[in-house]
Design a protein around this ligand. Structure first.
Ligand code: SAM
Ligand code: SF4
Length: 329
């Protein structure tokens, strides 16, 4: 799948559910209305869709959500996609999770061929963790991390940088990651979906996160590329990577190899644009993949050159109406 400006699309992110057991304040409103089950693709349909993308050249799949591990039966999908790893037609299968269910699933994930996972943690302060996730339990997530390490999974922590909330945590998080052998990425907030707060009061550029970290740590730029939009440095004192994800800058659009599918089968060619293609209709219209492939090809043909995010003071509304839990970040 080559798009009009020559980018080779090899990385698919699949949101397997819009539901979640947390309600992180930058991601969801407190009283979310979730999709009716009838609109959501079955796990068999998701499997078929992923296989069609693999046949079209996708080499890396990331399962996300919502919280992917709260979807009932999701391990069957992981097992089935793991078969493509064995056959060699998929290079990597991975997952972004809030970690709440990891204790239960870590070893099974590893047994299906998953080697590394991203786990989102914004603070190591138990009370703040509960506040930012609206009820999540840090001890539960930490038990999940231990289980993941025991299962041999490599862990990268994702931390959303939030002004006046977790600025005091950045340096400690880097030290904690160093101790446990985790990498970490700091992420700027993106204006996706209506939440209960004004985002311009939360936005903190990752350049400022880096400045803060440099007071305590020696960060060395490196060329490590995980296939995502992170710019990586390595910490001289710990040897672990620290990444900075700045989705609002345009500097990673030129090399963007990603597309996203929602749990209802909408294909988004860009996280920062509303344009999408409906894959559920062609998927359900016939057992063969010809109709589906036609819609995919047509959609790749209109992948935009770059996103159109704006966060400006006084412009508190979301730039895009859908929530992060729909496309999964
Ligand atoms: N529930 C899983 C988790 O939290 O890791 C997977 C889905 S979550 C939507 C994926 C990532 O997006 C998480 O690291 C989360 O912190 C991040 N995220 C959610 N809303 C965001 C926003 N508005 N801006 C930036 N990152 C966001
Ligand atoms: Fe759930 Fe992840 Fe969104 Fe938090 S960031 S509410 S854990 S989907």
């Amino acid at each position: 799948m080559i798009d009009p400006i020559g980018r080779n699309i090899t990385y698919l992110r699949v949101s397997v559910t819009d539901r979640c057991d947390f309600r992180c304040v930058y991601c969801m409103a407190e009283d979310m209305t979730f999709l009716p089950k009838s609109e959501v693709l079955s796990l068999e349909e998701l499997d078929r869709l992923c296989s069609a993308f693999i046949a079209k050249g996708v080499k890396k799949i990331r399962l996300t959500g919502g919280e992917p591990l709260v979807r009932r039966g999701v391990m069957g999908l992981v097992r089935s996609l793991g078969q493509h790893l064995k056959k060699g037609d998929l290079e990597e299968l991975t997952l972004t999770t809030n970690g709440s269910q990891l204790e239960k699933y870590a070893s099974e994930l590893a047994s299906y061929g998953i080697k590394r996972i991203n786990v989102s943690i914004d603070t190591l302060d138990t009370e703040k963790f509960s506040r930012i996730t609206r009820g999540g339990r840090l001890d539960q997530v930490q038990r999940g991390l231990t289980a993941a390490t025991d299962a041999g999974l490599h862990i990268k922590i994702n931390t959303v940088a939030l002004k006046n909330f977790n600025e005091d945590q950045f340096s400690g998080l880097v030290g904690w990651c160093g101790k446990h052998g985790y990498d970490i990425s700091f992420i700027e907030t993106m204006p996706l979906g209506k939440i209960n707060n004004d985002r311009t009061t939360q936005y903190l550029p990752v350049s400022q996160v880096r400045k803060k970290l440099e007071k305590d740590w020696t960060l060395k730029d490196n060329n490590y590329n995980s296939g995502g939009p992170s710019r990586y440095t390595s910490v001289a004192e710990t040897g672990q990577y620290v990444g900075f994800i700045s989705p609002l800058s345009h500097n990673f659009c030129a090399t963007c190899n990603r597309i996203r599918v929602t749990c209802t089968g909408k294909l988004f060619m860009c996280l920062g644009q509303d344009d999408h293609a409906d894959l559920r209709t062609p998927l359900r219209a016939s057992e063969g993949n010809e109709l589906l492939n036609n819609v995919i090809d047509e959609a790749i043909g209109r992948k935009p050159k770059s996103h159109e995010f704006v966060i400006e003071p006084g412009n508190a509304g979301p730039a895009l109406t859908r929530h992060m839990s729909v496309t999964g970040g």
